[in-house]
Design a protein around this ligand. Structure first.
Ligand SMILES: N[C@@H]1[C@@H](O)[C@H](O)[C@@H](COP(=O)(O)O)O[C@@H]1O
Length: 263
């Protein structure tokens, strides 16, 4: 796991955005795995800017989002489809027909999950998957106890996640307690994974992800198995790691080596 510790959330967003900008420069028809939540919003803003400045194009991009609330239509303001339209898709030159979010209004959610996996496979698999992390270590909506090889399926949300996300719903509004989410196995199949985390309230989850055991109790710890996973985190999210200086030293050495090889 590559661990990049930066000063603040603005630097995290910029670093993360540059990974995606480079990816699209190298492969304009990339298959992107996208995420929702508040953490990736600034990264999406950087991508929108880069698109407007014609540094990158989304014309040939296909995208697959991690998850969706079960029971919400894509037009519902709290649905993740709506979020993606608002935060990214409507501001860049992407062909909306090539954007995929699990269907929260599927009549048969079980079949819809199988179909989602088939579409990812037909697109050639995900080149680069963006992730946030829940306070309990969830990725997508893979809550603690999720199978480490799981595929896209219906998942019940924990009370902690429902409470954390309650801020997005009005008090009298229906808040779903079920979701459709890519599985941990689906995420691990992506050729590259970029997890962003900022703020002190993510410090325990980051500690468990980086230094804890590989366990379904912390779904993000599965990234320890990934060949090409990078964690981009700020000082606050890194604050419980045992040796931040060592992680920073490794990263500085990595960068030196890359700079030497690029000459
Ligand atoms: N399903 C999403 C996750 O994909 C996201 O990582 C998490 C953290 O969100 P935030 O970035 O707002 O802390 O929230 C939700 O539960």
């Amino acid at each position: 796991m590559q661990i990049v510790i930066l000063k603040n959330s603005a630097e995290v967003a910029e670093y993360g955005a540059n990974i995606f900008i480079k990816q699209l420069g190298k492969k304009p028809d990339s298959v992107l795995g996208l995420a929702t939540g508040s953490t990736p919003v600034s990264l999406y803003q950087s991508l929108i800017r880069a698109n407007k400045e014609q540094l990158i194009s989304f014309k040939e991009v296909t995208s697959f989002n991690l998850d969706e609330y079960l029971g919400l239509e894509g037009t519902h303001p709290q649905s993740y489809r709506y979020f993606m339209n608002q935060q990214l898709f409507e501001h860049v030159d992407i062909n909306k027909a090539n954007t995929h979010v699990p269907p929260g209004d599927a009549e048969n959610p079980i079949e819809a999950c199988v179909g989602y996996e088939e579409r990812i496979e037909a697109a050639g698999g995900i080149d680069i998957q963006l992730l946030g992390i829940g306070r309990n270590g969830h990725i997508g909506f893979n809550e603690p106890s999720s199978g480490l090889m799981s595929r896209t399926r219906v998942k019940t949300l924990t009370k902690a996640t429902i409470d954390d996300n309650a801020r997005f719903f009005a008090e009298d509004e229906y808040q779903p307690h079920l979701s459709i989410t890519m599985g941990i196995g689906t995420i691990l199949d992506a050729r590259k994974v970029v997890l962003l985390a900022t703020g002190e309230n993510k410090a325990d989850a980051i500690l468990a992800t980086v230094e804890g055991a590989l366990t379904a109790a912390c779904p993000a710890s599965a990234l320890q198995l990934h060949k090409n996973a990078v964690l981009v985190i700020d000082e606050a999210a890194a604050s419980k790691l045992s040796d931040c200086d060592f992680y920073k030293h490794i990263e500085a050495e990595n960068q030196k080596l890359l700079a030497r090889l690029a000459k």
